[in-house]
Design a protein around this ligand. Sequence first.
Ligand SMILES: O=C(O)C1=C[C@@H](OP(=O)(O)O)[C@@H](O)[C@H](O)C1
Ligand SMILES: C=C(OP(=O)(O)O)C(=O)O
Length: 410
Amino acid sequence: MNYTIKSPDSLKASVKLPASKSICNRALILNALSYSPYEIRNLSDCDDTEVMVKALNSNDRDFDIKAAGTAMRFLTAFLSKVVGEWTITGTERMKNRPIKILVDALNALGARVEYMEKEGYPPLRIFGSALQGGEISLAGGVSSQYISALLMIAPLMENGLTLHLEGVVISKPYINLTLQLMEQYGVKAEWNGQTIKVRPQDYHPIPFTVESDWSAASYWYSMMALSKNAEIELLGLFKNSLQGDAAGAKLFAQLGVGTTYTDRGVVLKHNGNRTKKLNYNFVNEPDLAQTFVVTCVLLNIPFRFTGLQSLKIKETDRIEALKTELRKLGYLLTDSNNSILEWNGERCEPQAHPVITTYEDHRMAMAFAPAALVLPEGIEIADPQVVSKSYPHYWRDLRTAGFIIIDNEQ
Ligand SMILES: O=C(O)C1=C[C@@H](OP(=O)(O)O)[C@@H](O)[C@H](O)C1
Ligand SMILES: C=C(OP(=O)(O)O)C(=O)O
């Protein structure tokens, strides 16, 4: 299936964004670990959260978490402390996303987790039991999800857990999010420099409501940046959010979008400022990188983005995917060091009828859709259903805002 997306004359939207899947998937684990009687409010209906809900509520021993990185990593740790024998698998891509650092850590803490196919990758067989815990070192530069997964089960280990993080620690706000939510459920941790310590403690159930997703908000900021005539309000976002991607609001101020916080969310406005070049290190907000890459080239703003090392092992190799797809639109990007992506203004002949390939990556589809606002023919996007990973109602929300979306198979 392909969608052609065409720009409205004016864009008007008050959007109820999806709930943050990062918060949902943590709250689900913490609810289970605290034997909570409360149902989580405003849980997302996105794929990544649905696979988690299904796994936690099923009587099965074999789980398929599809493409959800958080579900794969958090459930692997969770199941390793639930007595029984379990298997966990996912999509072909998931079978190529590394998990060795987490498996080694769990096994060193008293768990038994084995590879069913390729060493270092899912699917896994997990023999759950009580965990001793203790003190271990692990690399902080591959995925913060390994660290979050270990931290959430840490207070229930016999000796607690002390983690020494080695090297650069990427995606730190996600570790902070984990610790903040653990604290809301009554568990305290100490994070000093490269060491995080969690003593044995019990979780205490609380009623919990999930906030809207700041990563999803970024696509609406991009639309605001690219449109001449727009009124956009995004509901359920907070200035003092626990989500690291709330940093997108400040960064978009440099691309001409101002944010006003209200008691129900944010209102976006053009602020008349646009930087001539954008340099930024995305190590703390990797999920925003695609939004900013696409927005900058379409605004004709050269950029140098660093800290992108984790993009190669996400839903697809996002560095390659961005280069390939933007070349179709006539933009030549260069990458270096597996972690830097740059555009110095270089152009090539655009394809006459480009179709954006999405590589089973929700963020490719969502980041390219705003291009409809500046391309006279609109933009054609392949496999648009990929958005269901984090934002199942994305196309419906775009239609409500005034975009014309044509399903090319109908
Ligand atoms: O913990 C989380 O909820 C997430 C952490 C990040 O992954 P990495 O830590 O692998 O960068 C992010 O990209 C992902 O979408 C969600
Ligand atoms: C990287 C992402 O997800 P995950 O790693 O949880 O699959 C994402 O949503 O951009």
